[in-house]
Design a protein around this ligand. Structure first.
Ligand code: ATP
Length: 233
């Protein structure tokens, strides 16, 4: 469903992604792991074309989306939840969700506010609260819920567990597993190996902008040298 083939991405002269290839099949949850600065965020931005790869191709649902404007990528069904939560702090939870609403598409589930409140019960309780009054974890959930209102068929989540309280991390993991069970394709970047293992079926380990490992968590566990070399565990 999503394929990166030999991507090279730069910030000015800094060569950040190096011949990076990866694939995500429909309905899979894949965790992108790696130390700080390994290139996880840049990989997600290169998929959204917020950073346009200088060479290599990005394919989504059979289309070559390399070089497309980011809004067109989003309209094709790719949802993106950046690390810095994108919510309107002056608007209520309900209003934030309305802002995210997009036309339904044929190839993806159609989300309603009620369905999202079932997915994130914490948000249901807070529906009339303004964004700024939510906890970090609730803001993260709202950011994901807003993206789902766009009815994506695949979502990219940048460190969904970052900076949120342990009890909320469990709620977040449960929600992502539910999304997977509903058939959504998810690529998420993570530093928290425990969280990644709870939600994802496959791990891709990045180091210095290239893929060092791709496989199951069982295979990752069987390769302590990979964990020691490229993950901070
Ligand atoms: P983190 O968990 O810290 O976000 P990451 O794996 O997501 O790490 P990236 O944010 O993709 O890594 O960064 C990869 C490299 O690109 C790092 O060396 C970083 O310093 C550099 N980099 C990131 N953003 C920019 C930018 N806007 N301009 C220049 N260099 C950047």
């Amino acid at each position: 469903m999503l394929e990166l083939a030999q991507i090279n991405s730069f910030y000015g002269k800094a060569h950040v992604l190096r011949a990076l290839s990866l694939q995500v099949s429909r309905g899979q949850v894949v965790a992108l792991l790696g130390r700080n600065g390994a290139g996880k965020t840049t990989t997600l931005k290169s998929i959204m074309q917020l950073v346009v790869p200088r060479s290599g191709r990005v394919r989504f649902n059979g289309a070559d989306i390399t070089g497309w404007p980011a809004h067109r990528v989003a309209r094709a069904g790719l949802g993106y939840v950046p690390e810095e939560r994108r919510i309107f702090t002056d608007l209520t939870v309900l209003e934030n969700l309305e802002v995210g609403r997009q036309k339904p598409r044929q190839d993806a589930a159609i989300w309603s506010r009620d369905a999202l409140f079932e997915l994130f019960p914490n948000l249901a309780e807070r529906r009339h609260n303004r964004g700024r009054d939510l906890s970090g974890g609730e803001q993260q959930m709202l950011s994901i819920a807003r993206t789902l209102m766009g009815n994506p068929s695949c979502v990219l989540l940048d460190e969904p567990s970052e900076g949120i309280a342990p009890v909320i991390i469990e709620d977040m993991a449960r929600a992502i597993v539910q999304l997977r069970d509903q058939g959504l394709t998810v690529l998420l970047s993570e530093q928290n190996l425990h969280f990644a293992r709870a939600v994802a079926s496959r791990a891709v380990v990045l180091d210095r902008g290239t893929t060092r490992f791709s496989g199951s968590f069982a295979d990752l566990d069987a390769s302590p040298e990979i964990r020691d070399a490229w993950l901070s565990v």
